[in-house]
Ligand binder design. Sequence first.
Ligand SMILES: *Cc1c(COP(=O)(O)O)cnc(C)c1O
Length: 385
Amino acid sequence: MKRVYLDHNATTPVSKEVLDAMMPYFTEEYGNASSVYSLGQNARHAIDESREIIGNAIGTEAADIIFTSGGTESDNFAIKGVAMANLNKGRHVITSAVEHMAVLEPCRFIEKELGFDVTYLSVDKYGMVDLNQLKDSIRKDTILISIMFANNETGTIQPVKEISKIAAANKIYFHTDAVQALGKLPVDVEELGIDMCSFSGHKIYGPKGIGALYLRKGVKIAAFQHGGHHERSKRAGTENVPGIVGFAKAVEIARRDMKKNEALFKNLTKKMWDGLNKNMKEIYLNGHPENRVSNTLNISFKYVEGESMVLNFDMKGIYASTGSACTSGSLEPSHVLNAMGVPPDLAQSSVRFSFGYENTEEDVDYCLSEIPPIVERLRKMSPLC
Ligand SMILES: *Cc1c(COP(=O)(O)O)cnc(C)c1O
């Protein structure tokens, strides 16, 4: 059976180039980067080079990159670390209602455990935050603004530069979760005025279990893990050398191919949306019509449960998801679509298709022939119809 993987916002395969770059660091070059002999120093050198590549790709110095276990850890580190280190400055944080759980849950944690107040900014029907609401939410005791770069469910892009200006004018740290932006949009932390920025390897054809936090010099933050002096003594633990090397390779490739991929994604998502929309009634696009990452297509198919579509698509070898991988399975409607004011029945009937560079026009043709009959059949069975 044909297999069409359309869930790249959940994870991606490791590309061949990335795997090839990693392999020596599992076998011959297995040294501990803290060891002084040459085998250890080879590992150290590989980490330094990787840090350089990633720093370069986001417009900063290698020294400002801290390797973590992924996007979730980077988000936890930024939010809890800044909260812990700035308790005497204030206990107010501003975020948005459409953040990934890796941001929302640390925010709830600091509310509960550290006595913080967190403002969850609302969004418009496209999922964009309102800059005036942001300005109005700032208080004397606000220490951090954490607003994502691009949304994982809808692809909607936030006005990061405008947010950073507001944060800077008020001397508030600005963190952004750029997991879905990396490799799809230019992310230049200097140009955009970002203080902290989260990245993940496995969303960009790198391995799982590796990520990074960009940490601007001078940001007051508590260490995430205590132990040895790894990662500027902020994140102790023997470095994941193959993961780091693979992540850097993935960043390098993503940067090299970004323009080409964007053109491909635009073409595929347009073909998919136009094709479905032409042949089906009552389907709705969720997210910003233009201002979104080009690989993401979130569609509500009225009258049908997202879960049952995903399971039926699976039987035809089409892999897509409802909302985010973390909330799907819970049968709760997506908090992102909910915040955008999508009615509950339409939120429940949404499916996210997220494309990758290995997808082709033939993949879309296959979807266009398989998806409408599945949805029609489910609609006939639906009590809602
Ligand atoms: C996937 C994702 C994360 C989590 O990254 P992991 O590396 O899987 O922990 C965080 N934020 C966003 C927006 C994501 O898409």
